[in-house]
Ligand binder design. Structure first.
Ligand code: SF4
Length: 275
């Protein structure tokens, strides 16, 4: 199996996986979405809320506020399977005390751990009118995406099979198929009497990788000059996060989780599947 990284930023990673099977790539995708631990606000103690917003809505909004979830920081914290996880004080404690008139933003949450704080400062939490007061204590805990979307480290985690565009040289070149491409990746070259694959300036993907396999070009070609398919064992994978964790960290942890699951399964099989 080969992996070629096409682009990588703090919150997005695109890479090509070659010579892999669909179940394997899909298992990585699922582990990245639901089995990688992340920190999110779980318990909220609302001491005072004079705002027009219901307590439940406010607690939900706090839960969905992305928090920096560095894997090193997570290391020492209890996991949902640990008994002490239920304890309010076992998590990272946050406090919020504001008086209106003002819009309360995520930056107003005061964390007990300077490393674990909201990823973005400007997420509006609640609007307070003159003299309205809000006093909240909250506990952020490690969890998994399989329990709640707030613990899902990925906002996009998807793959597509590697596109393959072929031309039927026995037919006359059909330039209509190039003009039908909504992505602009097919280019008519009347001098060489060929259709060429364009590079897209703003895309990290190379040539045919930008094809969405919409088949508009195939439908536009009356003589079947062009055909669009895919390679069965090559994939273009994209991971985007909410900024809480770098996508590379999510991918590495997902691979670790999958490895642990495979080891458990092998051990179970070796023991004759008796437990
Ligand atoms: S399948 Fe769609 S995106 Fe791909 S080359 Fe044809 S028209 Fe363009």
């Amino acid at each position: 199996m080969e992996i070629e990284v096409r682009s990588q930023t703090d919150d997005e990673m695109i890479f090509v996986v070659r010579d892999a099977e669909v179940p394997f790539v899909n298992a990585i995708r699922r582990c990245a979405m639901v089995n990688v631990p992340k920190i999110a606000i779980e318990d909220v103690n609302i001491i005072r809320n004079d705002s027009a917003m219901f307590n439940e809505v406010l607690a939900h909004r706090l839960g969905l506020t992305p928090l920096v979830s560095d894997l090193d920081a997570i290391e020492g914290l209890p996991l949902p399977e640990d008994a002490e996880w239920e304890d309010f004080n076992s998590g990272i404690l946050f406090s919020l005390h504001e008086v209106g008139p003002k819009v309360v933003y995520s930056k107003d949450l005061i964390s007990s751990d300077s490393k674990i704080k909201p990823v973005y400062d400007t997420i509006p939490l609640v609007k307070l009118k003159e003299d309205e007061e809000i006093i909240i204590e909250a506990s952020a805990k490690v969890g998994y995406g399989k329990e709640h979307a707030k613990w899902m480290p990925t906002t996009v985690c998807a793959y597509k099979q590697y596109p393959e565009i072929t031309f039927n040289d026995e037919e006359e070149v059909d330039y209509d198929c190039a003009s039908a491409c909504p992505r602009g990746i097919l280019k008519s070259d009347r001098r060489s009497k060929k259709i060429k694959i364009n590079e897209l300036e703003d895309s990290p993907l190379i040539g045919v990788e930008n094809c969405t396999m919409c088949r508009s070009c195939v439908r536009a070609s009356a003589n079947g000059y062009i055909n669009v398919g895919h390679k069965d064992n090559d994939f273009i994978f994209r991971i985007e996060t909410d900024g809480a964790m770098p996508p590379k960290e999510v991918l590495l942890k997902a691979c670790d989780v999958l490895g642990e699951k495979a080891e458990k399964f092998i051990k179970f099989s070796d023991e004759g599947g008796s437990k």
